[in-house]
Design a protein around this ligand. Structure first.
Ligand code: ADP
Length: 667
């Protein structure tokens, strides 16, 4: 993976106080600058203890101290300033490389004693000159910075080499090897030089998340875990044993030969035991992994079957993050009438019908780009220009960084269903339009009829008052009929107007039906008393509805129950309510004349009456009002009746008022 794809800052911000590495880097850079300076001062003032730290050990040369100060500065600059000036690296290289060259080509180097003269080192050990390992390590460290800034992966190997050189040098001090027992290359590297190099190379490695050390030390993969487990065997055990054996040899307790043989035997023994334990654990992990893989293969087979099945019935396509089709199955090709070769590589717009607006696609893209599944209906255009509808699910797939990798679309052809739906919708629209027109017509006619009717009624009244005495009996009868007819017509028109206005500009609210019926009872008390009616009301529920209309509904049913009473029988009306899953069924039962089964469906139509006015007065509008009110609530009304025994009117009121009705009532 390219470095630029990794999501971490190359430089640690100075204000990121929480970062341990940031603080460590700051400490190391200041420490190197400070101690480098201190050692340079020690050279100037001849403070010998500071120069070699251990008696007769190699001294840290002036140039080495100078380069450490510069290295400290460079580390500071690398972590805490954005500048990419390589001047410090150039100076370090300017001193380290000539020193190396002097060793290789064996010439005197003026640089060695240019700042102070080294009188401590014997003449045959190159006084004033840093060890070749030191010069080499500085060259590598100086080269590290420009390499790293250019994101060259090999940069970390430079640090690794520096770390290994300084580690070997440090270990030789730890095991107290004499100068003559060491490799010449590192022989004169001072102990503090070794420690400084180890620290600097470690900090630089560990602060870069993608460095070899970081991946092994901070990493969570098998390799990293294995590395940590090997540390006791590879580092702690050898150091401990070397220390013990060397001590015993120095004290002449054992001979070097004995030490070597025992060292080998003990190391092999512990090495084998430890490796055996590690291997056992690794085997167990591997076995688990194999089991997982087998499970995965099994799952893959299942998925494969699933895919094959899906391929048969659904249109499947895949697109890259930019909307380009990368895969289209046979069903997709068949329905879109494109060849696979025409679809693959093309943008998904190829099937765009132009039916949906920008907002539709904006919503679609926002959903899937946010990693969510989009589900909806899309109208697409086939190659031959025909349209088809699909029920579509678009599923985004992310890579392990959470970036969208591709989209999978699964579509089913719903053209048939959609066409039927559209037809139904068109029919409903037409119906709505016709109803609206009818409503308007009824309103206008009833409203406009009102005025001439009023004139007619008034004129007939005047006629009766002023001219009745001048008419003979027939004339009076005719005048009476005319007057009655105009009154009836006026009532009819009023009722029609009322019917039309039902539910208009009224809001839906919570209704305590019990209270509503008690109010109604008071309103019609006179009627109940004069007809000697017995009205029984069961406990009633609370519902959601249009209160005025519901009152009118109950009123019409109760008054009908009283009106259509058998002669000589005391009217009895019983109101009850029954709960179903999501609606209430109300019943208004009477003991009246009853309705023939054949006529039961007619009575809810407007102006439909089963009796003449002489027997039962009325306009034939009451039950049609009831029907309209119940339907406004999304319910149904019907009647069950036995002729000569009584009728029961039943209607339902759902818990939820249809939204369309609610909106219409406000329009
Ligand atoms: P109106 O009561 O003004 O005639 P309605 O629309 O209320 O008009 O009723 C229509 C017809 O239904 C009535 O004329 C009557 O024949 C019949 N009807 C209504 N309610 C009852 C009832 N409770 N019992 C018997 N017949 C009824």
């Amino acid at each position: 993976m390219a470095l630029k794809d990794m999501n971490f800052p190359l430089r640690i911000k100075i204000n990121d106080k929480l970062s341990l590495l940031s603080r460590t880097s700051l400490f190391v850079s200041v420490f190197l600058m400070g101690t480098g300076g201190l050692i340079m001062i020690s050279w100037i003032f001849d403070m010998r203890d500071m120069l070699s730290l251990i008696p007769f050990g190699a001294t840290m040369k002036f140039n080495t101290a100078l380069l450490f100060s510069l290295l400290g500065g460079r580390i500071y600059q690398f972590f805490f300033t954005a500048k990419k000036i390589e001047i410090i690296s150039v100076i370090i290289l300017g001193i380290a490389l000539p020193t190396l060259a002097a060793y290789i080509f064996d010439f005197d180097l003026v640089l060695d004693n240019i700042f102070v003269t080294d009188t401590l080192t014997p003449a045959n050990s190159f006084p004033g000159r840093m060890s070749p390992a030191t010069a080499f390590s500085f060259s590598l460290l100086a080269a590290y910075f420009p390499f790293r800034s250019r994101e060259i992966k090999g940069a970390f190997y430079l640090l690794l080499v520096v770390f290994l050189i300084s580690l070997i040098s440090f270990l030789s001090y730890l095991l107290q090897l004499g100068l003559n027992q060491r490799v010449f290359f590192i022989a004169s590297m001072a102990i503090h030089t070794s420690i400084f190099f180890m620290t600097a190379s470690l900090v630089l490695q560990l602060s870069a998340e993608d460095s070899i050390f970081s991946l092994v030390i901070w990493g969570k993969l098998k390799g990293a875990r294995f590395f940590w487990k090997l540390i006791p065997l590879l580092i702690i055990l050898p150091i401990f044993m070397s220390y013990c054996f060397l001590y015993a040899i120095h004290k002449e307790i054992i001979s070097p030969e004995f030490a070597i043989v025992n060292y080998t035997v003990i190391f092999i023994f512990f090495g084998l035991v430890y490796s055996f334990i590690l291997a056992k654990n690794l085997n167990r992990e591997d076995a688990m992994q194999i089991e997982l893989l087998e499970g995965l293969e099994n799952q893959n087979t299942k998925l494969d079957h699933f895919k094959k099945g899906l391929d048969q019935i659904a249109m499947i396509s895949k697109t890259d993050p930019y909307g380009r089709i990368t895969y289209a199955n046979q069903t997709f090709c068949e329905i879109s009438k494109y060849l696979e070769s025409e679809l693959v590589g093309a943008n998904h717009n190829i099937v765009n019908s132009g039916h949906h607006d920008k907002a539709f696609f904006h919503d679609l893209w926002t959903t899937i780009k946010n990693g969510k599944v989009w589900i909806g209906e899309i109208k697409n255009k086939a190659k031959d220009g025909s349209f088809y509808w699909t029920q579509t699910a678009i599923i985004p797939f992310m890579d392990h960084h959470g970036k969208i990798e591709e989209y999978l679309s699964i579509r089913s052809d719903i053209t048939q269903k959609k066409m039927e739906e559209l037809e139904e919708k068109a029919e409903a629209e037409e119906m709505k339009y016709k109803n609206k027109e009818l409503e308007q017509f009824t309103y206008i006619s009833s409203h406009d009829l009102q005025e001439p009717l009023n004139t007619m009624t008034n004129m007939t009244k005047l006629m009766v008052k002023n001219y009745a005495s001048q008419l003979d009996e027939d004339g009076k009868k005719i005048l009476h009929y005319t007057s009655e007819a105009s009154k009836r017509m006026s009532n009819l028109v009023k009722a029609l107007l009322e019917y039309n206005l039902l539910g208009k500009n009224r809001g839906v609210s919570d209704i305590e039906v019990g209270d509503l019926l008690n109010d109604l009872k008071l309103d019609i008390q006179d009627k109940l008393t004069s007809t000697n009616t017995q009205l029984k009301i069961d406990p009633m529920p609370d519902i959601l509805g249009f209160p005025t209309e519901l009152k009118l509904l109950f009123q019409n049913l109760i008054l009908n129950g009283i009106k259509f009473q058998r002669p000589g029988v005391k009217p009895q009306i019983y109101i009850s309510a029954e709960r179903s899953e999501d609606f209430w069924t109300f019943k208004v039962a009477d003991n009246g004349i009853g309705i023939k089964e054949d006529h039961q469906h007619r009575i809810f139509q407007i102006f439909q009456r089963l009796h003449n006015r002489e027997n039962y007065d009325g306009s034939g509008i009451g039950l049609s009002q009831c029907k309209k009110i119940v339907e406004m609530h999304g319910g149904k009304i019907w009647v069950t009746s036995t002729l000569g025994e009584g009728s029961t009117f039943l209607f339902t009121i759902p818990d939820q008022i249809p939204r369309s009705v609610e909106q219409m009532s406000k329009s």
